[in-house]
Design a protein around this ligand. Sequence first.
Ligand code: ADP
Ligand code: ADP
Length: 234
Amino acid sequence: SLLVSIENVDMRYGGPDGTLAVSGLNLRINRGEFVAVVGPSGCGKSTLMKLTTGLHIPQSGVVIVANSQVTKPVSIVGMAFQNPTMLPWRTTLENILLPLEIVEKHRHRLRAHKAEYIAKAEKLLETVGLKGFGDKFPWQLSGGMQQRANLCRALIHEPELLMLDEPFGALDAFTREELWCVIRDLHAAQGVTIVLVTHDLRESVFLADKVVVMSARPGRVISEHVVPFVRPRQ
Ligand code: ADP
Ligand code: ADP
């Protein structure tokens, strides 16, 4: 069933004379799909992510997520963007719990089951190779470690839709491939819908079921490709 529908969207930054970042943008994503979005720098990949998560509202066209038109930030999504954005005055663990405090429906559950959520955050930290780093502050972590912590934060509330914008950029090749497997397992095991922006074509075909190609000036989707091989069973 359809989870995301972007219909004929125009998004211009900086007023009527500003940059037309995307124009005539169309994209449909079904529940359970793993879609990679590729294209040259400036083609509107990040804009697409922000439109889908409700961080930007388009000037024309509509964005529909889970049957409702997006007019404000969407609560069923988990997001991890290129630049780690941890709050410096909070520990890694407290940063990971943040989405639970922000999303209304999780807030009382967090209060009632705090210990469970802490255990879950610690388990996620272990999955991304950061066991024992929960009580460290962001400045005590390397860039790559912060990026991994950001991924934990995107997953803590078990989002229906996971939006990843170059989430592996600051990682060394070894850690990156480990995290690829984490993400791929997550998709296989839980059927979460994933949209991944990447520059890395190898990454896109390794992970995704479908690769969406965008072009610039103005940004739009020019083609979609189903990844033509069956993955071996784990
Ligand atoms: P990508 O993620 O593919 O590199 P973006 O979505 O970041 O592309 O950008 C698409 C276009 O919109 C680019 O031309 C970029 O310069 C412009 N743009 C993005 N964000 C802003 C902004 N906040 N203000 C003005 N222009 C922007
Ligand atoms: P990254 O690829 O994560 O950016 P770095 O080259 O900065 O890694 O660090 C290499 C390794 O050193 C990390 O994976 C981590 O195990 C360890 N490390 C880095 N910074 C710290 C820190 N502040 N405290 C403890 N260990 C650290």
